[in-house]
Design a protein. Structure first.
Length: 511
């Protein structure tokens, strides 16, 4: 499958389907419409109208087109066998003597991935580059005589092989907690970022003044290093877990200042998962909801943190009923699409006694994430040599080959299309077997479809072959058995406002 076709760039190819509803303005997405305030006086009709007006930002549109992204959990845990570290590890335990980030990049590229996120700092606080602000780093290890820099190698390799770069920095930091910086009770005050240290050779072109606690300033300085010294960053990933830090000691993080710094230094980067651009889907199994909305009711707390108005694991996050249920706690309706994280192995860090998931399992995850209006984030942990294990590399290639067989050439290429009120019809020119249907809205104009039916013209009449609820950026429907027909159509049976169908693709899998 040609992934380039999944990027929404050609409005001329977009099919407008109004279904008797008011047409949307013929303009591209307005970044100012990514969140719309909700008031207690809004009626259910007001909520639906506002939801229909929410638009993604350009960075969110680009992010949703990625489809498959990769996670690389790597750090001291790789060598201690833990999933959550303790913060007091001896840096010398980190010894990836065969580190080859080009091997990572090749394997991910060949596996169909387009962005990779490295755990630059997990909950233990160990940093994968030589930071000025902590000694708990690769620079304190004897590995490469203290001159190692995993982040540098990672970023250079990903770009060399055409992948975008993402960074994970855990808000929790057990090392800083042990050293009395994290949760030390310091008040928020104006901090100068970057905070220059003794022997600092930097001459920043600008300094930022941001409110932060002592630990908040530590995070700001860490972010500043990462976002100014390693080239363009396309995703900044903030976890929500707190490691082993006692619940009553967890800081109220300086989210507003952290977001401001990222927006200033990396304006094109999506901020996930504790962030305003991308949300966690709510599980670590890689599966989205059957009907996954990108427009959600949200609230703000803890210095500007974007949070669910409903619980993160609510089965229905964005339907008309959900909007009404959430209204008392809702500050905004916001474009907040789902990212589905899952590990290729049972753990997030490498463990020699674990094996990767089967191709069948990964394929089900693909259809349950990318096929349901979400982006798949698959973790592939480097081993103690600093390599992706050979078994995982083979599995990634097999996974891509399987997806390519599930969705080979689109049978509608070159076919005649016609648009009628409420639907799109495709004439393939001859009868062909179809068992996969791929749909997409032009999300630059919002997410509008609430229900639809796909029909084939057989035996002199239109017959339903599949139904669905939401569409969004990507919806893939698998038919229980192939259907042979020349003419096909999709009919939108319910929508919030005028619909723009960006893709109506038909496929015959070769599996």
């Amino acid at each position: 499958m040609d992934l380039s076709r999944r990027v929404f760039v050609a409005s001329a190819a977009t099919l407008a389907v109004t279904a008797g509803l008011p047409a949307l303005p013929a303009t591209a997405a307005d970044p100012d419409l990514s969140r719309i305030p909700v008031t207690p006086d809004d009626t259910p009709a007001d909520l639906v109208r506002k939801a229909s007006q929410v638009r993604p930002t350009a960075r969110q549109t680009a992010w949703q087109a990625l489809e498959r992204t990769a996670f690389l959990h790597f750090g001291v845990n790789t060598f201690t066998g833990l999933e959550w570290g303790t913060g007091d590890e001896d840096p010398n335990v980190f010894q990836p003597t065969g580190l080859d980030t080009d091997q990572w990049a090749r394997a991910l590229r060949d596996g169909g991935f387009r962005l990779a996120i490295l755990t630059v700092k997990h909950h233990d606080g160990f940093v994968l580059y030589p930071s000025r602000y902590t000694d708990h780093t690769v620079g304190s290890s004897s590995w490469r005589d203290g001159h190692g820099d995993v982040l540098r190698s990672f970023a250079d390799s990903m770009r060399r092989y055409g992948l975008k770069v993402g960074v994970y920095l855990s808000p929790a930091d057990e090392n800083q907690y042990l050293h009395g910086v994290y949760a030390n009770g310091s008040a928020r005050s104006a901090r100068t970022i970057p905070t220059l240290v003794d022997g600092d050779s930097r001459s920043p072109s600008r300094f930022l003044t941001l409110d932060a606690t002592d630990y908040g300033a530590h995070m700001l300085n860490t972010l500043y290093e990462v976002l100014t010294e390693y080239g363009p960053v396309d995703e900044v990933w903030f976890d929500g877990a707190q490691g082993h830090i006692p619940p009553d000691k967890v800081e109220n993080y300086d989210w507003d200042s952290w977001y401001t710094l990222v927006r200033t230094l990396a304006p094109d980067a999506s901020i996930a998962v504790t962030g305003p651009d991308v949300r966690w889907v709510g599980n670590e199994g890689g599966l989205a909801r059957e009907d996954e909305w990108s427009v959600l009711p949200v609230k703000e707390n803890q210095y500007g943190r974007t949070d669910w108005a409903l619980s993160y694991d609510t089965a229905d996050e964005g339907s008309r009923a959900a909007l009404v249920t959430a209204q008392p706690k809702t500050d905004y309706l916001q474009w907040w699409p789902a990212e589905c994280d899952v590990s290729i192995r049972d753990g997030w860090f490498y463990h020699a006694d674990q094996q990767p998931k089967s191709v069948d399992d990964l394929t089900e995850i693909y259809f349950g994430s990318v096929g349901r209006n979400a982006v798949l984030l698959l973790n592939v942990p480097p081993d103690t040599d600093g390599l992706l294990h050979a078994t995982d590399v083979v599995r990634l290639r097999e996974f891509r080959e399987r997806v390519d067989r599930e969705l080979p050439a689109d049978l509608t290429r070159g076919a005649r299309r016609s648009v009628t009120p409420g639907g799109v019809t495709v004439d393939l020119g001859r009868e062909l077997d179809v068992d996969r249907v791929r749909l997409a809205e032009d999300i630059r104009f919002g997410q509008q479809v609430e229900s639809l039916v796909v029909e084939a013209y057989t035996a002199g009449a239109w017959s339903p072959v599949a139904t669905a609820g939401t569409v969004g950026a990507s919806r893939i429907l698998r038919l229980t058995e192939p259907v042979r027909a020349r003419r096909w159509r999709v009919r939108v049976t319910a929508a919030r406002a005028g619909v723009r169908i960006a893709e109506f693709g038909l496929y015959r899998s070769s599996v």
